[in-house]
Design a protein around this ligand. Structure first.
Ligand SMILES: CC(C)(COP(=O)(O)OP(=O)(O)OC[C@H]1O[C@@H](n2cnc3c(N)ncnc32)[C@H](O)[C@@H]1OP(=O)(O)O)[C@@H](O)C(=O)NCCC(=O)NCCS
Length: 399
C-alpha cells in the first residue's frame, strides 16, 4: 500500500515579532485558513477526512490544549473529525506527515491532513518551559542551547564566518528570486482578516538587499551567552576543539516567524473515490537520535537511514531540502554526503524565509514537491536537525 500526497499548501511566513504581518492572527486561524482552502480547492468531501495530525512545538497558551482539534472544529469539516497535536521539536511538521503516511500505508487510515503550525510572535519559543534544563541528569555537562551547538559544529569542522555568511547570502538570493518568479504561489494561501482584508500574501522575512558586507557586520548572537555559561561545557565534551568560534548571528540563523502548512495524504482508493490527482508518494520516513550536546548533526544519519531503507543512494535524489536552522546544518550534510549545493535548498531556506518551528518540516517538503514539478524531476528528500540530537528525513517520489 502507498501513501499519496494529494495537495500541499501553506501560509506565507510572517515576521515572528509583534510588528509582523501575522502577529494579529491566532495560530488556530492560521490552520483554519488552510483547512478551509484545502476543502475548497479540492472540492473535498470532508466527511471522509479522518484526522488532523499537526506539529506544534510550543504547546502553551493559544497553542496549548491540542490546537489541532480546535482548528479542526473551527474549519467546519464536521464533528467526526479527530485531531492530534504532536511535538518532535523542529521536526514536528514532518513527523506529522510521516505518521500520517505510515497510517495510510498500513491501512489503518484512508485520508488524513498532516502538517504543522507555529506563531512565534504570539507564543514565543521556550515559554512552555523545558525538561532539559529542569532535570539535572539531562542538563549538567550534557546540554547547551542550539546556537552554541551550531557554533560548536563550526569550530569542530572548521567552518569560518565567511563560509557561513556566504551560505546565508545564497539563501537570501535564492528565496528572493523564487518569490519574485512566483515559484511559491502555487502553494501559498494568503491570510485575510474576518473582513476580507489581506494580512499577508507572500513571505515577509526575506531580505532581498542582503550583502556580504552587511552580514559581516552583524554581532554573533551566542557569544556572550556562550562565554558566560556554556562554551566550557561544550569544550569539556569535545576536547579536540580548542575554542568556540561564535560565527552564527541573526543573518545566518533561521528567523523567528509565524506560519502553518498542511498536506492532504491518503490511499490510492480514496483518491480515486474523491477524484483527486495524486502528486507524489511518500516513499520513506525515518527518525534517528544522536549525541544531544552537539545536537544538530542528525540530518546526515537520518538521511543515510532513509536512503538505505528505500534502497537508494544520495545520487538518486533530484532535490534536497535541508532545514537551515543554522548555516552549518545544511553545509555539514552537503559535505558528509557529497551533495552539491546546486540541488540543495534551491529556493532558499529558513535563513531567508524563517523557521516556524512546528510547521517547517511540512512546508519544506511541499516546497520540494512544487519544485520537482516545476523542473519535471522525480525524487526529493527533506531533512531537519531536531532538538536533543534527533534527525528526521522523508523521501517523496512524483507519481
Ligand atoms: C539568531 C537570533 C537570536 C537573532 O534574533 P534577533 O537578534 O531578534 O534578530 P533580529 O531579526 O532582531 O536581527 C538582529 C539584527 O540583525 C539584522 N539582520 C538580520 N538579518 C540581516 C541580514 N540578512 N542583513 C542585514 N542585517 C540583518 C537586523 O536588522 C537586526 O539589526 P538591528 O539590531 O540593527 O535592528 C534568532 O533569530 C534565533 O534565535 N534564531 C534561531 C531560532 C532557533 O533556535 N530555532 C530552532 C533551530 S533548531
Amino acid at each position: 500500500m502507498e501513501a499519496y500526497i494529494y495537495d500541499s499548501i501553506r501560509t506565507p511566513r510572517g515576521i515572528g515579532k509583534k510588528n509582523g504581518a501575522l502577529a494579529q492572527v491566532s495560530p488556530v486561524q492560521l490552520v483554519t485558513t488552510l483547512l478551509k482552502a484545502l476543502k475548497e480547492r479540492n472540492n473535498l468531501d470532508t466527511s471522509l477526512v479522518e484526522d488532523v495530525v499537526l506539529g506544534c512545538v510550543t504547546q502553551a497558551g493559544e497553542q496549548g490544549g491540542n490546537i489541532a482539534k480546535v482548528a479542526a472544529q473551527c474549519a467546519g469539516y464536521g464533528d467526526h473529525l479527530a485531531a492530534v497535536s504532536l511535538n518532535r521539536y523542529c521536526a514536528s511538521g514532518l513527523e506529522a506527515v510521516n505518521q500520517a503516511a505510515a497510517r495510510v500505508r498500513s491501512g489503518w487510515s484512508d485520508l488524513i491532513i498532516a502538517g504543522g503550525v507555529e506563531s512565534m510572535s504570539r507564543v514565543p519559543m521556550g515559554i512552555d518551559g523545558t525538561a532539559w534544563v529542569m532535570e539535572p541528569d539531562a542538563a549538567f555537562g550534557k546540554f547547551v542551547p542550539q546556537g552554541i551547538s551550531a557554533d560548536l559544529i563550526a569550530s569542530k569542522y572548521g567552518y569560518t564566518r565567511a563560509d557561513v555568511d556566504q551560505f546565508a547570502l545564497t539563501s537570501q538570493q535564492r528565496a528572493t528570486q523564487a518569490r519574485a518568479n512566483g515559484y511559491f504561489d502555487k502553494s501559498i494561501i494568503p491570510v485575510h482578516d474576518v473582513n476580507g482584508f489581506l494580512h499577508l500574501g507572500q513571505d515577509e522575512y526575506i531580505r532581498p538587499n542582503t550583502t556580504l558586507e552587511a552580514l559581516a557586520g552583524l554581532k554573533p548572537s551566542f557569544k556572550q551567552m556562550g562565554e558566560m555559561l556554556f562554551d566550557q561545557t561544550a569544550l569539556d565534551k569535545y576536547v579536540e576543539v580548542e575554542r568556540i568560534n561564535h560565527v552564527h548571528h541573526a543573518g545566518n540563523s533561521s528567523g523567528l516567524v509565524d506560519g502553518a502548512g498542511v498536506m492532504l495524504i491518503g490511499s490510492k482508493e480514496i483518491g480515486e473515490q474523491l477524484g483527486l490527482k495524486p502528486r507524489a508518494i511518500i516513499k520513506m520516513g525515518t527518525i534517528i537520535g544522536s549525541e544531544p550536546l552537539i545536537m544538530l548533526e542528525g540530518p546526515t544519519p537520518a538521511t543515510k537511514k532513509a536512503l538505505k531503507k528505500a534502497g537508494m543512494k544520495a545520487t538518486d535524489i533530484d532535490l534536497f531540502e535541508v532545514n537551515e536552522a543554522f548555516a552549518v546544518v545544511p553545509m555539514r550534510l552537503m559535505e558528509n554526503l557529497k551533495v552539491d549545493h546546486s540541488i540543495v535548498n534551491v529556493n532558499g531556506g529558513a535563513i531567508a524565509m524563517g523557521h516556524p518551528l512546528g510547521a517547517t518540516g511540512c512546508m519544506i517538503l511541499g516546497t520540494a514537491l512544487d519544485e520537482l514539478e516545476r523542473r519535471d524531476k522525480s525524487t526529493a528528500l527533506a531533512t531537519l536537525c531536531v532538538g536533543g540530537g534527533m534527525g528526521i528525513a522523508t523521501i517523496i517520489e512524483r507519481v
